[in-house]
Design a protein around this ligand. Structure first.
Ligand code: SAM
Length: 242
């Protein structure tokens, strides 16, 4: 089985050579302009299928409100703002994403969610949120992001730094499947092409291990099979308290 897996993965790596070349010469960078539109469209379908899961995940978010009774929330890799409808009324949000071309779609989502108080959009990667003060937010949200970041450990450290003591990090991420499954096999085989389709997304990550090893004191984490296409079916979701 290992030999077949290696051969197929190699084949798909070869198929991705033109894309690697495009990345090397800088043409692939143009995809960063198209990707936000795709995420905006795909998120509509994702939210339909994951509505109950997201609703349940964010249901206890108001419990992390600050002393003034409102929640100050920062989203890492906010994309087009697919989570906004799940945040409580009066929630103050700071959006961050390294891709500035998301702002246009973010603003559309903000217009459709006037129950939120928008603070600002910061163009920054999750590994470096230096523009945000220590202990300054009640909640950090990170959904479908840890599959794409360069350094998961660093992103979790940044989330921990900016959260006030007692604040919470909410996450929902697709992860690698169990090694005994065909999903695991195809995740590894298709990864070289998926990487380019998903702007750096990796479906072979064991993100739960990074969360388990992080500095957060209380981790509530569940593995689920999401009602989505096989390659991103295995998900983890939950929250961790600082
Ligand atoms: C699949 S989209 C998910 C967007 C949004 N969080 C959602 O749930 O719909 C992945 C997002 O991660 C962002 N991203 C990629 N690398 C990142 C990094 N190093 N730090 C923070 N965000 C990153 C992308 O720009 C994109 O907005």
């Amino acid at each position: 089985m290992v030999v077949i897996l290696t051969l197929f993965t190699l084949l798909f790596k070869l198929l991705s050579l033109p894309l690697q070349l495009m990345e090397f010469v800088g043409i692939y960078g143009l995809y960063k302009r198209v990707f936000p539109f795709m995420v905006y469209k795909i998120s509509i379908n994702y939210n339909k299928k994951m509505h109950d899961k997201k609703k349940e995940l964010f249901s206890n978010l108001p419990e992390f409100a600050g002393p003034d009774g409102s929640v100050r929330l920062l989203e890492i890799g906010c994309g087009s703002g697919a989570n906004f409808e799940y945040y409580p009324s009066g929630c103050k949000i700071i959006c961050t994403d390294p891709n500035p071309h998301f702002e246009r779609y973010l603003r559309k989502s903000l217009a459709a969610n006037d129950h939120l108080l928008f603070e600002k959009f910061i163009v920054a990667s999750g590994e470096d949120l230096g523009a945000v003060r220590d202990n300054s937010v009640d909640v950090v949200v990170c959904t479908l992001v840890l599959c794409s970041v360069n350094n998961t450990e660093r992103v979790l450290e940044e989330a921990h730094r900016i959260l006030r003591p007692g604040g919470a990090l909410y996450f929902m991420e697709h992860v690698v499947s169990d090694p005994s499954t065909w999903t695991h096999f195809f995740q590894h085989v298709l990864q070289p092409l998926w990487y380019y389709f998903g702007d750096g997304c990796e479906v072979t990550r064991m993100t739960w291990k990074d969360l388990e090893a992080s500095k957060f004191s209380d981790l509530k984490l569940r593995h689920i099979e999401a009602p989505l296409i096989f390659i991103i079916k295995p998900h983890i979701l939950g929250y961790a308290v600082k």
